[in-house]
Design a protein around this ligand. Sequence first.
Ligand code: PMP
Length: 382
Amino acid sequence: RSGEENTVEPSKGKPPVTPDSVVNLDHGDPTMYKKFWKGIGHRATIVIPGWQTMSYFSDLSGFCWFVEPGFEREVRRLHRLVGNAVVEGYHLLVGTGSTQLFQAALYALSPAEDGKPMSVVSPAPYYSSYPSVTNYLNSGLYRWDGDANTFDGDTCIELVCSPNNPDGGIRKPTVKAKYGKTIHDFAYYWPQHTPITEAASHDIMLFTVSKCTGHAGTRLGWALVKDTEVAQKMIKFLELNTIGVSKDSQLRAAKILKAVCDGYELSPASEANRLFHFAQRKMAERWSRLRATVAASGIFSLPNELSGYCTFAKEIVAANPPFAWLRCHKDGVEDLEGFLRENKIMTRGGPKFGVDERVVRVSMLDTDEAFDVFINRVASLK
Ligand code: PMP
């Protein structure tokens, strides 16, 4: 009994979905991955004794004093395994989610040369957090300037999200500003969502365990940064903002990423050990069910399926975006988010992404139970 007395009961997360309850697919909560990690069992468990990770400091001899060396090692190993980003010649920074690193990057790239707030833009439809996270402090360093398609200034930071949240599009920078800078948000540039077509090598690339392995609650992201001065300014932001990043989370993430890499490099080749294969198959099944349901409905449509040669899978694969960008063509339905809410489906409407109300974003990353209820409800709408 002594062991039990010491354990702290973890939270249960969102309440389970029942056939009559509201199904909430507004957030991209990646609960789909739980089955995989249950199967992995203790190979992804860590125990941290009370006397460990007490210091503020992780590695005073490293480039960034609050990055855990074991975390950095597993991140670099994972990118070499997947081939989605170049790591040689890049500084690796860690953040409380890639959300914190996004703000660190804005801080590092601002203000504009003339001291005025830097314009921050992204082509619509853009990730709904970009405007709010950019503007919530009303900073004098940078400000949200909207849809990159209509931006015609000289200086800006363009947020390049690829595959794009919400519509799954594959993106390259679009703005032709004289002093344009880019932040590449690669939250979804993983094999379960899109063919890996190149080892990306942009100036600032953001990743997160939230959408790579499903550990959103660990709140851990990382940035690959080419320029030393920019990386140092980002570190300064993280020092001022939170005096570094939880070592406990970094150790946990390191163990999780190690289990992912070991699943490919050490374990027998089975889906039970191979995260990207598990998630790719699950996403493909969900997309084929949703496409069939939408085709039968006659009132909805989805973006066309993309496919390409994946250097990781070594075959041509279809993309399986993390969100369905669902459009409604039914007469009289102007506000699709509201229409679906009346039918007990919570989604996020187009205006939050800078576009019209007849389109919504629906998470494809939730539990099997929630996805089944969603499909049944969509099938019943005529
Ligand atoms: N970028 C994109 C495109 C996202 O969709 C998300 C999560 N919804 C994030 C960043 C933030 O991820 P994190 O949990 O690492 O803060």
